[in-house]
Design a protein around this ligand. Sequence first.
Ligand code: RB5
Length: 150
Amino acid sequence: MRIVIGSDHGGFELKQQLIEHLSAQDHNVIDMGPDTPDAVDYPSIAFKVSETVAGNKGDLGILLCGTGIGMCNAAGKVRGIIPALCTNEFMAKMARKHNDANILCLGARVIGLELAKEIVAAFLCNEPQMEDKYVRRRGMIDEYERDLTL
Ligand code: RB5
C-alpha cells in the first residue's frame, strides 16, 4: 500500500519509527517530511500529505503532531480528505469502516509507539463497509463542502 506520512516536530520521532515499521512490512511509505526534528508549522505538512492523498498519489495518509488535533483540523480543510484522530484501535477500525476516513491522525504526546503501531495496523487493514446510512451521511459532508467552494 502507498502510505503518505508527515509530521511536525511534535510527531517527528514517532513518524521516523513508524516509517521504519511500515517499510519493514513492504509498504511503499512516502515521507512528506520534515527531515529533521526542528520546529515546523503543522498546517504546511498537513496540506502536503492531504493533497497527495486527495490527488490519488497515495492510498492512505498518516499525520502526526503533539496531540493530533492540529493535523486533523488542517487535513479536514482539504477537499476529498476525511481525517480521523484516533487514540485506540476501535476508533481506527470504525474510522475506516463507517467514516471512510483516508487520513489517520495521531498524537505523539498522547500515545506511545506500540499503541501507535496497533492503531495504524487497524486503520490499514480495515476497508470501508459503507451501508446506505453511512454513504448518506458522508454525502452530506461532501455536499456541504461543495456548496462552500462553489
Ligand atoms: C506543537 O507544539 C503542537 O502544538 C503540535 O504538535 C500539535 O499538538 C498541534 O495540534
